[in-house]
Ligand binder design. Sequence first.
Ligand SMILES: NC(=O)c1ccc[n+]([C@@H]2O[C@H](COP(=O)([O-])OP(=O)(O)OC[C@H]3O[C@@H](n4cnc5c(N)ncnc54)[C@H](O)[C@@H]3O)[C@@H](O)[C@H]2O)c1
Length: 471
Amino acid sequence: MPITPTTHPIVEHPRMTVIGTGYLGATHAICMANLGYDVLGVDVDARKVAELSAGRVPFFEPGLPEKLKEALASGRLRFTTDFALAADFGDVHFVCVGTPQAADSPAADMRYVIAAFSSLATRITRKVLLVGKSTVPIGTAARLTEMVHEMSPVGSELELAWNPEFLREGHAVEDTLHPDRLVFGVSSLWAEQQLRAAFRPILEEQTPVVIADLATSELVKVAANSFLATKISYINAMAEVCEVTGGDVNILATALGYDERIGSRFLKPGLGFGGGCLPKDIRAFKFRAEELGVGQAVAFLGEVDAINIRRRVRTVDLIRELVGGDLMGVKVAALGAAFKPNSDDIRDAPALDVARMLYLEGAIVTVYDPEANENAHRVYPDLDFADSMADAINDAQVVALLTEWDEFRNADPEVLGQLVANRRIVDGRHALDADRYRAAGWEYRALGRPLSSPTVALAEHHKDSAATPGR
Ligand SMILES: NC(=O)c1ccc[n+]([C@@H]2O[C@H](COP(=O)([O-])OP(=O)(O)OC[C@H]3O[C@@H](n4cnc5c(N)ncnc54)[C@H](O)[C@@H]3O)[C@@H](O)[C@H]2O)c1
């Protein structure tokens, strides 16, 4: 779509709404208010709105509760379920609702996005900018533009832009306030300038900004997530090769990571990726590419997904092997439930998938996660949950490390050893010091590593606080 010039003035200090106050939207609303903008957060979930209004973040995200309190105290941040209020308030409306995988196909479920844009479009009565931040199939912004023009009392005065989001749960505040880059998908100079005004404090930090057409901006996000997923599955594919050749995937990853063309980030072997983004984004991208007739170009994403899912099954195999071939009646301590540390997000969590498979084979599974027990229990009521790491591993015949929280990484193998029935551990995240565990009498196993391979420090990048990636 060509960029069209415009003479319409922009609002230099726009009032903003953020539609959908989940992991992305709440963070965006809170951070924008902290940057000095007047912000109205809108959600259809009245409970979430009440929690946020009362100063409580309804999910775990380090640093966000403090930022919420600051923003509420400044008087610049409010939350509501009222779309009429939102339509009247905003000069720029950010749409941050969910795009989960559809129940009956790999495609993205677009119901929430369509509902959010419709709710705004039917109520807005002046020229404003609607900005999508959700991750969507290519072509969505163009279709939504037509839709809002038809619905709106001001017709084509209502403009649409796309500003894909790259924040990582666990680092959401830092990533929102100091992003690597901003991508503005626009179809007019007015939209670009209005977005520049909406991100002024961030742009003043010399943050790179990429101006793109709508389709490219949608593609940036799914292309980035596909690349990251591919890198993770690549090293996990190498782990599979190591398992039959006697190689050590940790040594391999370290050696590869020193090559600057490859880099060590996201080259961490283990249980693979999960969460509310990577798995559903690569599936939806592949599905959309097939619809567009370019399915062959991203057919490899099917393999990336399959390698990733195999890691979960292989982890269960390893645990079964370690206890002698039969899991029936075996007490397993499952450490971790969240899809990665520093989050309570359990969407498509590899840890819970493993715990569920162990349970289905007859194991007596006790799960402990420092933050995600409550969410996990709601979705997996059949699993047992412990209130502490010590309770979880008490009398366990095998321990499985499934999410690499610092609490687990830093635990003393000697102290743990006194609690368990048998000193056996499967390190699903390559997060533990194998030498220390072996020295304390543990049988230590990890995917892609021979029985007695020594501990190797994986090359670390300063932005990787933990081995599990995910957006
Ligand atoms: N979570 C992340 O780390 C992250 C990072 C980058 C991009 N994204 C993308 O951002 C989008 C949101 O993800 P999330 O993790 O925040 O999801 P989420 O499920 O945590 O939040 C979505 C919110 O939207 C609300 N909602 C649904 N329909 C609505 C409507 N019609 N009007 C107003 N609110 C509505 C829900 O009640 C919920 O609070 C997705 O497209 C996701 O792929 C997420």
